[in-house]
Design a binder for this molecule. Structure first.
Ligand SMILES: Cc1cc2nc3c(=O)[nH]c(=O)nc-3n(C[C@H](O)[C@H](O)[C@H](O)COP(=O)(O)OP(=O)(O)OC[C@H]3O[C@@H](n4cnc5c(N)ncnc54)[C@H](O)[C@@H]3O)c2cc1C
Length: 408
C-alpha cells in the first residue's frame, strides 16, 4: 500500500500560494532561535510563535478543515495537509511547529463542538480556532491523570455559579500563559462514575485561582504549573453544554481522547527528522582515532536502528493521513499505535545518541550544546513524553481493546 501524499494539480497550485504567504510571514531565513529551551514569554521566539499563530488563525489556516462559521478555513483535508507540511518545513524547532496544532484545536475544540450549546460554540470556538486565546488543559490531578473519572476536583452548583475546589497538575507545558483553563470537574460527588463529570472553560483570572510552578524535564526553563481552585465561583455560562449534559461530557472527553491519539500525527513525523540529520552529518564530519565516527561499526548500527524506527513512525504518520483523506474509519487502534511508536522511537533515539555522542547529549549551554540544544532536549523529552497525554501502557490498553474486541 502506498500511503505517500501527492499533490493534485489543484493542490500544487494551492501549495504555491501557501509557500508565498509563509515566505512573507514566516520566512525561511527568519532568524529565530532553534533552542527549544528559549520559550519564555517575552522571548523573541515565544512572541513570534504567538504572533504567527494569530496570523495563521486570521487566514483560517490554523484550523483549516473547520467551517468558517466557527473560525476555521473551510478547506479540504488535502489543503490542510499542504499547509501542515509547508509549516513543518519552516526553520524552527519541532517544539514551535507542533504548537500550532496542539491541544486547543485538536482536543478542546472538538469537545466544545460536540458538547457546547450553539451560543457557546459561536462565542468560544472562533477565538480558539483563530489562535487569539489559549486554554490550558486541566485534566490531570496530583493523584492521577489516566483515569479522568477519578477526578477529585469538584464543581458544585450554587445559584448561577458553580463553586470549584481542588487542584490540577502539569498545566501549561506548551505555552506559559493562558486565558482559560479547560477544566474537568465532578459536578455531583454522589453521582455514578462517568456520569458526574462536567467540562468547563474557566477564565484564568477568576478570584480564588492560584498557581505554582512545577519543574518538568521537558520544559527545563518554564516547567508546568499546578493550579489551585479555592471556592472559585464559575458562572454557569462556562459549563460546556449545561448541567443536564454532564453525562455527555464524559462521552465528549473520552471520544476526543481517541481523536487526540490520531492527531498525534504532526506533519514533522512524515518529514526527515532534523536531529537525525544533524547526528548523521556530525558523525560523518567528526573524526575519532583517525576515522570518521560514521565508519565505526557500533555507530553505524545505532544510527541504522534509529533510521528504522523513524521510518516506521513516518509510515504510520502517512497511513493516518491516508485514512483521513480517504474517509476510512478514524477511531481505531491506529491512533494509539502511532502515538506509542512516537514515544518508543524517541526513547531509542535518545539512547542511541547518548551511546554515540556521550556526555555531549547533556549539554545545553550555548558553548557546548550540540545543534543549539536540540540534542539535549531530545535526550530528556522522551522521559516526559512517555507519560504526557496518554502513557505507553494506556495506549497499549486502548489498542488491546480494539484488537481483542471480537472476543468480548
Ligand atoms: C510533559 C507533560 C505535559 C503534560 N501536560 C498536561 C496538561 O497540559 N494538562 C493535563 O491535564 N495534564 C498534563 N500532563 C499529565 C498527563 O496527562 C498525565 O501524566 C497522564 O495522563 C498520566 O497520568 P499520571 O502521570 O497521573 O499517571 P497515572 O494515571 O497515575 O498512572 C500511573 C501509572 O499507571 C499506569 N496505568 C494507569 N492506568 C492504567 C491502565 N488502565 N492499564 C495499565 N496501566 C495503567 C500508567 O501507565 C502509569 O505508568 C502532562 C504530562 C507531561 C509529562
Amino acid at each position: 500500500m502506498d500511503f505517500e501524499f501527492r499533490d493534485t494539480p489543484k493542490l500544487a497550485k494551492f501549495r504555491k500560494e501557501v509557500r508565498a504567504w509563509l515566505d512573507l510571514h514566516i520566512p525561511m531565513d527568519f532568524e529565530i532561535s532553534d533552542n527549544p529551551h528559549d520559550v519564555l514569554p517575552g522571548s523573541i521566539k515565544y512572541e513570534f510563535i504567538r504572533a504567527a499563530r494569530r496570523k495563521l488563525g486570521a487566514k483560517g489556516w490554523l484550523a483549516p478543515t473547520w467551517s468558517k462559521e466557527y473560525g476555521g478555513g473551510g478547506l479540504s483535508e488535502g489543503e490542510a495537509w499542504v499547509i501542515g507540511e509547508e509549516l513543518a518545513q519552516r526553520p524552527w524547532s519541532r517544539f514551535g511547529t507542533g504548537d500550532f496544532f496542539r491541544n486547543n484545536i485538536l482536543t478542546f475544540a472538538p469537545q466544545l463542538y460536540t458538547l457546547g450549546t450553539e451560543e457557546q460554540k459561536k462565542r468560544f470556538l472562533p477565538p480558539i480556532l483563530k489562535g487569539e486565546v489559549i486554554a490550558w488543559e486541566g485534566s490531570s490531578e496530583p493523584d492521577g491523570g489516566s483515569d479522568l473519572a477519578a477526578a477529585k476536583t469538584t464543581a458544585i452548583r450554587d445559584g448561577d455559579d458553580y463553586v470549584v475546589n481542588g487542584s490540577k497538575l502539569w498545566l501549561g507545558s506548551q505555552f506559559d500563559n493562558a486565558d482559560y483553563i479547560r477544566l474537568v470537574a465532578v459536578t455531583d460527588p454522589k453521582g455514578g462514575r462517568h456520569r458526574n463529570i462536567g467540562l468547563f472553560l474557566v477564565p484564568i483570572d477568576l478570584p480564588g485561582i492560584s498557581k505554582v510552578r512545577v519543574p518538568m524535564m521537558r520544559n527545563c526553563h518554564t516547567g508546568g504549573w499546578q493550579i489551585f481552585f479555592e471556592n472559585v465561583r464559575v458562572p454557569v455560562e462556562y459549563l460546556i453544554g449545561g448541567h443536564e449534559n454532564a453525562t455527555n461530557a464524559w462521552r465528549a472527553i473520552s471520544g476526543t481522547t481517541r481523536v487526540r491519539q490520531i492527531s498525534v500525527l504532526y506533519m514533522e513525523s512524515t518529514l526527515r527528522d532534523r536531529n537525525q540529520e544533524f547526528v548523521l552529518d556530525y558523525c560523518k564530519k567528526t573524526k575519532h582515532n583517525g576515522q570518521s565516527l560514521s565508519r565505526d561499526p557500533d555507530v553505524r548500527e545505532a544510527l541504522v536502528e534509529v533510521e528504522i524506527q523513524l521510518e516506521i513512525q513516518r509510515l504510520f504518520g502517512l497511513r493516518q493521513n491516508w485514512m483521513t483523506m480517504t474517509g476510512k474509519r478514524l477511531v481505531g487502534y491506529e491512533g494509539s499505535q502511532t502515538a506509542l511508536q512516537g514515544k518508543v522511537t524517541a526513547t531509542k533515539q535518545a539512547d542511541a545518541y547518548a551511546d554515540i555522542l556521550g556526555p555531549a547529549v547533556l549539554m545545553k549551554n550555548p558553548e557546548w550544546a550540540l545543534f543549539e540544544g536540540n540534542i539535549e532536549y531530545q535526550h530528556f523529552v522522551p522521559v516526559a513524553h512517555a507519560s504526557a497525554g496518554i502513557t505507553q501502557e494506556v495506549n497499549k490498553a486502548l489498542m488491546a481493546r480494539w484488537v481483542c474486541r471480537a472476543g468480548d
